[in-house]
Design a protein around this ligand. Structure first.
Ligand SMILES: [Zn+2]
Length: 58
């Protein structure tokens, strides 16, 4: 499993990096996702959008 770390502006799997050269923040370890958080939030967004549509908000 890849160890994913993030700073203030991006994610990296490069373990040699300690500080981001773009935002100067330290890379912090992220918790390993049990399932894809991207898919989870995408699904959530889709649902919210659909509900808004159903109510005539959008
Ligand atoms: Zn950064």
């Amino acid at each position: 499993m890849r160890l994913l770390r993030k700073c203030e502006c991006r994610y990296t799997v490069d373990q040699s990096l300690e500080v981001c050269n773009l935002c100067n923040h330290r890379f912090k370890t992220t918790y390993p996702p049990k399932f894809s958080p991207h898919d989870k939030y995408a699904e959530y967004r889709r649902r919210m959008k659909q509900e808004a549509k159903d109510r005539g908000v959008l």
